[in-house]
Design a protein around this ligand. Structure first.
Ligand SMILES: [Zn+2]
Length: 666
């Protein structure tokens, strides 16, 4: 083993340990910054030495841009669903049935029922080899690459683990992450997820694992399958699995009486409000595996387990008024104000109505008493109307036809649930919303300007469009209320510093609909300059990885609107970056060689391979000629490229050979 390889392996082990401390044990021993530095160091070593690539390296948790077509995989042992009930009496019946069937003492392991999407994880020799969704119970989708990006799932086990095992559990999205992701989605004009369960399931099925890596997913495991388990007791096996590195809920309890079981149900019926994620019930399993075996299965469910589901908590309250909020993209969102009412431990004053269709389907009238339910969302939602309490003569709620902020006539595009105010250049919340997005941390990161400052700048006529920010001076700012010279100086300096922000973030900061951080990155690396991007047709935009027709059309429309063209021209004059910077080279091993790439690859996206080649001095070209040194050939390569390469006698190499070529020449 070379010293570089040893260094890489040591870093991987160390980072795996820190990941486990952070995501599973919740007790990090180093700062985030130290972690990031080590990760960057490993990334750099791996880039410079691609021959040591490993799919289970901690760097792979960032995902890749490869498109996945999920392969269907059969489960070794079917993933059966549990029988379930909303009725406490049926849990007592389950106890009685178990007692009769076993006719000997037994224990019941009570566990929280996590509200996410079920997953099966297979490990061989301590390495994660496969992750499969429940699917229909017999067959599921192979989502291994996406699952690798979930940081609480160990890629390598530690301690005294069995050589081969399967873990089952639930992939969930905790509340904090769910709120954040919905804010981001609303921010770029995407429909928010209805609840954390949908968000988790949807994220797991994304085609692009790099996007999955950005979703705040977590995974809690609750069942161990293996030929040589450490114990006959399920609960002890969970403890063992915790020691191997899995995230196991600390809230399971072994009960020996019906009274204990009922206490567990009643405790969590209220206590669940304080959990950072959703649970929708309690699962009861016979604790002894040999007893489980004796009890066996029915056609659909195991006889040795049952789940109790909580009824969603609801409250009734009179509707006071509906606010119509206008967002940055112009979308108009109705929010109901209700008489304050107690629901699941909090006082509810506002409830979500989502859109005009929901209002219509509820047949909501003025002064109605509404039924409010709380899911994972911070803002509860209205699920029904209490018709019996409807006052005589009340009229149906009508969605406004005009913008409540600027009076423009609202429009609704085909296939969209939301109404939009089209007056983007003259509607206050849209203008200030765009400015707030522009200066935000993930965009231009001008942290000396907050929301209040934006509102003040707009109100005082100093800024009415993004480019106006760049003509602000300390003198212009000083007359503003409560503006000290020092803050004015900070603002001007912050704006000046934003001139160094790279193209991809400038593109994101513009606030083009459907263009989030990832999409902006893709567009910036595929088109390199704003000019190339503006020249591209919708079809050409769609040719970039993961750009759908909706996004492509939105980018095309944005870059062809006269207002936006003027805005971008002004920003160019201010000195913002509208072109991608050249990649820095780490070696010149490939100097003088030209490469053509085609098809898809197992471990890297085309963009990643291109970047690798360029970093080592090679040149990427788009078409094959007699001068081409190598054709990097992946799966589904175009037949014409292959033919041409064969005719000209160009050497074809695969992904592994490419990595070797970079590595060997070192
Ligand atoms: Zn408006």
């Amino acid at each position: 083993m070379t010293s570089i390889e040893q260094e890489i392996n040591a870093l991987r082990d160390e980072l795996n340990r820190h990941n486990h401390n952070y995501y599973v044990l919740n007790s990090p021993t180093i700062t985030d910054m130290e972690f990031d530095l080590k990760l960057k160091q490993l990334q750099k070593l791996e880039e410079e030495n691609p021959q040591f690539f490993d799919a289970n390296s901690p760097t792979q948790r960032v995902g890749s841009d490869i498109n996945l077509d999920f392969e269907q995989v059969e489960h070794d042992t079917p993933m059966l669903s549990l029988g379930n009930t909303y009725n406490e009496q049926e849990i007592n019946d389950f106890w009685t049935r178990t007692m009769r069937q076993l006719n000997e003492p037994f224990e019941i392991c009570c566990e929280l029922k996590f509200d996410g999407t079920a997953i099966s994880l297979k490990y061989e020799h301590g390495e994660l080899v496969r992750a499969v969704t429940r699917g229909d119970g017999r067959k599921g989708d192979d989502v291994t690459r996406n699952v690798r990006t979930i940081k609480s799932i160990p890629l390598r086990l530690s301690g005294n683990y069995p050589d081969s095992l399967e873990m089952r559990g639930e992939i969930i999205m905790p509340h904090a992450g769910f709120e954040q992701i919905n804010r981001q989605r609303e921010d770029i004009g995407e429909q928010p997820f209805a609840n954390p369960r949908n968000a988790a399931a949807g994220s797991l099925k994304l085609q692009n694992s790099r996007m999955v890596a950005q979703r705040p997913l977590d995974c809690i495991l609750y069942y161990v399958l293996c030929d040589e388990l450490p114990s006959d007791r399920h609960a002890n096996n969970l403890e063992a699995a915790r020691a191997w590195g899995f995230k196991i809920s600390p809230h399971f309890k072994v009960c020996r009486s019906q009274a204990e079981i009922m206490d567990f149900i009643h405790h969590w019926a209220t206590e669940r409000e304080h959990l950072p994620y959703d649970i929708d019930g309690i699962v009861f399993k016979v604790n002894s595996l040999s007893q489980q075996k004796r009890m066996g299965l029915t056609a659909k469910n195991p006889r040795w387990a049952i789940s109790y589901k909580f009824k969603a908590e609801q409250a009734h309250s009179p509707l006071i008024r509906i606010d119509y909020q206008v967002g940055r993209t112009g979308a108009v969102t109705p929010v109901a104000n209700v008489e304050p009412v107690q629901l699941a431990g909090t006082i509810v004053r506002r409830a979500s109505l989502h859109n005009a269709d929901i209002i219509a389907s509820l047949d909501l009238h003025d002064n109605d008493t509404v039924v409010i339910e709380k899911g994972g969302e911070i803002i509860p939602k209205i699920v029904a109307v209490d018709i019996d309490k409807r006052p005589a003569g009340s009229t149906p709620v009508v969605f406004p036809t005009h913008c409540p902020e600027c009076g423009a006539k609202l429009v609704r595009e085909e296939g969209e649930a939301a109404f939009y105010c089209p007056n983007s250049a003259g509607c206050r919340p849209q203008i200030t919303g765009k400015l707030i997005h522009f200066v935000s941390r993930k965009a231009m990161n001008i942290d000396s300007i907050g929301e209040e400052t934006i509102e003040a700048l707009y109100k005082n006529g100093l800024v009415s469009d993004i480019p106006d920010l760049y003509s602000l001076t300390v003198e212009k700012l000083l007359p503003l209320d409560r503006m000290a010279r020092k803050s004015a100086l900070n603002i001007v300096q912050g704006i000046r510093a934003s001139l160094d922000v790279p193209f991809e973030r400038v593109l994101f900061a513009l606030g083009i609909r459907f263009v989030g951080e990832t999409t902006a990155k893709t567009l910036a690396s595929a088109f390199e300059t704003i000019e190339h991007l503006a020249e591209a047709s919708v079809e050409q935009l769609m040719a970039a990885e993961d750009i759908g027709s909706k996004t492509a059309q939105s980018v095309f429309d944005y870059l062809h609107s006269p207002d936006n063209i003027t805005r971008i021209d002004r920003l160019k004059l201010c000195g913002l970056k509208f072109a991608k910077e050249k990649t820095e080279t780490v070696s010149d091993h490939l100097n003088g060689m030209t490469f053509v790439i085609s098809g898809t690859f197992e471990h890297h996206s085309r963009d990643e391979i291109k970047a690798l080649i360029e970093r080592h001095g090679g040149k990427m070209v788009s078409s094959i000629s007699a001068k081409t040194s190598y054709l990097i050939a992946g799966d589904n390569m175009g037949p014409s490229k292959r033919e041409k390469a064969e005719k000209l006698g160009i050497r074809m190499i695969n992904e592994e050979e490419t990595l070797k070529l970079i590595g060997q020449s070192e």
